[in-house]
Design a protein around this ligand. Structure first.
Ligand code: F6R
Length: 609
């Protein structure tokens, strides 16, 4: 889980690499490094820490040359040390490589290479690739990389330089993301679009087991057998501004505030005059869709929470049995899947290794596999039979926010589609669902205008060491999500539970120091029960913070603090109730002086198992 950028062109490479890498730091930020070629000499500079710290430790200006590769690291094999930072070189110091992924057979390869007298200077899996390339190098770098990769098992996105061939960069990918950017008199490689968007919006997506050879004016792509492949150049519509902070202090805050726009974009064109219009995107004929007897949703983390809300929507309104699985568990079980099972993978990045593996497994077992994803052309979208894109735009903050609510929007549209197809709702009910979601962007805006109230709560309670989040129905996953947000950015221990489960254990934790957040928008099933749970917390001296529906006087009488959200259809309430919890986590982390956009030990896309 690391970031890569490479440049070959007419300008000095190093400053371009530093700038591009800053847009990839969400992928890893424990160390970084650069390699360029200047007058036939390979130059390397690397160190531990975040990029702005490294810039103080190494002199970027000394890295001359118009070709270079660089890397920001999130350690998997080997500690966070300067030796383990990328780029890595071969024994001659004339070949350098950057790598994102995991080489599974690195121990065997290392043993074999050591027997051939190769000297290793790091404990990474990556270094075996540079020595393997050296083994095959006879003056033709693409050929040596191709031969080396034939022996490598595992995942890789690679950038390779050789001081003997300063006019090319060789790149390759297998199960780790890598794109090529075609600029004006320059070519780029990168793990993700924001790294190169300033220079080009013309992108080529590499597929698994492909090798690319870049010169400053051209690129060619080959398979591992050396056969040339035709690649399409795609134009990305994201602007650089989309990928930058736009005046907000942190990406997380910017992305929380972007949610009304993101929902608007996600539903646009998919709802016409109250009619749902996702048939073509789904890419399945009506008969096959009608035959679907079960849906399994696989996802991780925040995306798994959106899957839980999706389960509630699909079962409640479309009457289809749904199972929600942690992708990491699904892939190693013996799941019961057949041709009438629809498997949905949900992922913001489209690069989460466990979700990719779960979807591949479902496909292998004969299921129709679709995805809900935010990143066009990402790995998950390419293994899916069809993709419903969330149109959230680039999500840079490590804590997922706008991707989550746009996933809920897509799940809601999917529910409408199935409900119509299976006749489980009347036309009138469908119309009311369409009107309901149309109102959400404005209602989100109204919640965002209460930001000062969440900031005040953060001010009061940021010194707490624990917090409980409770909810029911479609808002139980929001309790989980609120707790996850708090944990990951503020490092305060927080747990989410179904509110009724409190009495089976967690109630023992409640005392006067314990903030308990009730996600309690009005609903006809469980609202009254939640009021009872609030009483139970109060009786034990706990601090009650409630998220409730505008106008709810009952909750106001019982809770210490209430943040109101506008009245909406209950299935849509989770899109609103999550916002104060995102803001509460954000302000708490900020008050505690935490690095909100780059929480410790986390990376934006988890491309390893
Ligand atoms: C939490 C968070 C993670 C991701 C998870 C899945 O804020 O961002 O829990 O949700 O790693 O990532 P995607 O959705 O990219 O598959």
């Amino acid at each position: 889980m690391c970031g890569i950028i490479g440049y070959i062109g007419k300008e000095k490479a190093a400053p371009i690499l530093v700038k591009g890498l800053k847009n990839l730091e969400y992928r890893g930020y424990d160390s970084a490094g650069f390699s360029t070629i200047d007058n036939g000499t390979l130059l390397i500079a690397k160190d531990t820490g975040k990029l702005n710290e490294i810039e103080l430790k190494i002199n970027i200006n000394e890295l001359h040359g118009c070709v270079g590769i660089s890397h920001c690291r999130w350690a998997t094999h080997g500690n966070v040390t300067q030796e383990n930072a990328h780029p890595h070189t071969d024994c001659t110091g004339r070949i350098s490589i950057v790598h994102n992924g995991i080489i599974e057979n690195f121990s065997e390869l290392k043993e074999m290479l050591i027997a051939k007298n190769h000297k290793f200077s790091s404990s990474t899996d990556t270094e075996v690739i540079s020595h393997l390339i050296e083994e095959y190098y006879t003056g033709n770098l693409p050929e040596a990389v191709r031969k080396a990769l034939k022996e490598v098992e595992g995942s890789y996105a690679l950038g390779v330089l050789s001081a003997d061939e300063p006019d090319i960069i060789v790149a390759a990918r297998n199960e780790s993301p890598l794109i090529i950017g075609k600029g004006k008199n320059a070519m780029f490689i990168a793990s993700d679009v924001p790294a190169i968007l300033e220079h080009t919006n013309e992108i080529i997506y590499l597929d698994d087991k492909e090798i690319a050879v870049l010169t400053k004016s051209n690129f060619r792509v080959f398979d591992l057998d050396g056969r040339e492949k035709k690649k399409e150049i795609k134009k990305i519509s994201w602007s650089m501004e989309d990928a930058e902070k736009g005046g907000y202090e942190h990406f997380m805050l910017k992305e929380i505030y972007e949610q009304p726009r993101a929902i608007e974009d996600t539903i646009n064109g998919r709802l016409k005059n109250g009619t749902i219009n996702i048939k073509e995107e789904l890419g399945m004929d009506e008969n096959s869709l009608k035959k679907i007897s079960k849906i399994i949703i696989v996802a991780c983390g925040t995306s798994w929470h959106s899957a839980l809300v999706g389960e509630f929507m699909l079962e409640e309104l479309a009457k289809i049995p749904v199972e929600v699985e942690y992708a990491s568990e699904f892939r190693y079980r013996n799941p019961i899947v057949d041709a009438d099972t629809l498997v949905i993978g949900i992922s913001q990045s489209g690069e989460t290794a466990d979700t990719i593996a779960a979807m591949k497994e479902a496909k292998r077992r004969g299921a129709h596999v679709i995805s809900i994803c935010n990143v066009m052309g990402s790995s998950i979208t390419r293994i899916s039979d069809a993709v419903l894109y969330t149109r959230a735009g680039p999500e840079i903050g490590v804590a997922s926010t706008k991707a989550f609510t746009t996933q809920l929007a897509v799940l809601y549209l999917l529910t409408m589609h199935f409900a119509k197809l299976k006749n489980t709702l009347t036309e009138k009910q469908l119309q009311s669902m369409a009107q309901g979601i149309r109102k959400i962007p404005l209602q989100m805006q109204a919640v965002l205008e209460k930001d000062a109230e969440t900031e005040e709560l953060a001010h009061l309670y940021h010194k707490s060491t624990n917090a409980l989040y409770l909810g029911r129905g479609a808002n139980f996953p929001i309790a989980l999500e609120g707790a996850l947000k708090m944990k990951e950015v503020s490092y305060i221990h927080a747990e989410g539970y179904p509110a009724a489960e409190m009495k089976h254990g967690p109630i023992a934790l409640i005392d006067k120091n314990m903030p308990v957040v009730f996600v309690a928008p009005y609903d006809t099933y469980t609202y009254k029960k939640i009021l009872g749970n609030i009483e139970e917390v109060k009786a034990r001296g706990g601090i009650v913070i409630a998220i409730a529906t505008e106008g709810d006087r009952e909750v106001a009488k019982k809770a210490g603090h209430v943040i109101y959200i506008p009245d909406s259809l209950y299935t849509l309430s989770s899109m609103l109730s999550v916002i104060p919890l995102q803001l509460l986590a954000y302000h708490t982390a900020k008050k505690l002086g935490k690095d909100v956009d780059k929480p410790r030990s986390l990376a934006k896309s988890v491309t390893v198992e």
